[in-house]
Design a protein around this ligand. Structure first.
Ligand SMILES: Nc1nc2c(c(=O)[nH]1)N[C@H]1C(S)=C(S)[C@@H](COP(=O)(O)O)O[C@H]1N2
Ligand SMILES: [Mo]
Length: 218
C-alpha cells in the first residue's frame, strides 16, 4: 500500500511526462498494418500499475451500478453478473508507459451484452467509469461499445488477481491501458465526455495508441 504522498509523487511525475511529451515518436500507424503501436516495446511479464490503493472486494460486497442516460438503470450483484453470458476474448495490451503485451486470453461479459440490457438513451455520448479505489476514466460511448470490449473476470484461465483488478475490470484493447479500469464498480452514461483522473492530469481524452494519443494537446 502506498501513502497519499506516493500517489501525489506518481501523479506529479506523470504530469511532467505529459508536459514534456515523453515517449512521443511522432509516427502515426494503423492496427491493420502494424500490430505494435509506435513507441511501444513488448514485454512477456504483466506489470502492475495503479495508484497504489488495491481494494479487496468480497463477492458478497461487490456491486456494479449502471446509471445516467440509460432506459434501464441496473445494479448487479456478483451472482447476477455471472448469470450474464460468459465469453472468451483474445487481445493485446498497450500501456502508455510504453510496454505492450500480446495474446492475453480473457473471459468475461461482453460490453455489447451489457448495453443490450441497459439500453443507452440516444442522448448518451460518453461514459465515466468509477472504481473501488476512487479511480475514474472516461470513454466515448462509440469506444466503450467496441466489439472487443469486455468486463473481464478471468485471465489465462484463472480468476483475475486483486492486483490486476479482480474480481472484475474493463478490458478495452484498442485504447491505452489506463482506460481499462480495474475494480470497476460504476458506469455513468453521460451526454458529454468529461475527463477522468489521468485525463485531468495531462493525458489524452481518447488515447488511441496507433495515433500516439498519449497526452492532451494543451
Ligand atoms: N481502478 C484503477 N484502474 C486502473 C488504474 C488505477 O490506478 N486504478 N490504473 C490504470 C493504468 S495507468 C494502467 S497502465 C492499467 C494497469 O493495469 P495492470 O496493473 O493490470 O497492468 O490499469 C489502469 N486501470
Ligand atoms: Mo498506465
Amino acid at each position: 500500500m502506498s501513502s497519499e504522498d506516493d500517489v501525489t509523487k506518481l501523479t506529479a511525475t506523470k504530469r511532467k511526462w505529459a508536459a514534456e511529451g515523453k515517449f512521443l515518436t511522432g509516427r502515426i500507424s494503423r492496427p491493420d498494418t502494424e500490430r505494435l503501436p509506435p513507441g511501444q516495446h513488448l514485454v512477456k511479464n504483466w506489470p502492475v500499475l495503479d495508484l497504489g490503493q488495491q481494494p479487496e472486494i468480497s463477492p458478497l460486497q461487490w456491486r456494479l451500478d449502471i446509471r445516467g442516460e440509460v432506459e434501464s438503470p441496473l445494479t448487479f450483484t456478483w451472482d447476477r453478473f455471472l448469470a450474464l453470458p460468459q465469453r472468451d476474448f483474445l487481445s493485446d495490451i498497450h500501456c502508455v508507459t510504453t510496454w505492450s503485451r500480446y495474446d492475453n486470453h480473457w473471459r468475461g461479459v461482453s460490453v455489447r451484452d451489457l448495453l443490450d440490457l441497459v439500453h443507452p438513451r440516444p442522448e448518451a455520448d460518453a461514459v465515466m467509469l468509477t472504481s473501488y479505489d476512487g479511480y475514474t476514466t472516461n470513454l466515448l460511448l462509440s469506444d466503450f461499445a467496441s466489439e472487443e470490449a469486455l468486463l473481464a473476470t478471468h485471465w489465462e484461465g484463472e480468476p483475475l488477481t486483486a492486483e490486476h483488478g479482480g474480481p472484475m475490470r474493463l478490458i478495452l484493447p484498442h485504447l491505452y491501458f489506463w482506460k481499462s479500469a480495474k475494480w470497476l464498480t460504476r458506469i455513468d452514461f453521460l451526454r458529454r465526455d468529461q475527463p477522468g483522473f489521468w485525463e485531468k492530469n495531462g493525458y489524452h481524452m481518447r488515447g488511441d495508441p496507433w495515433a500516439e494519443e498519449r497526452y492532451s494537446d494543451d
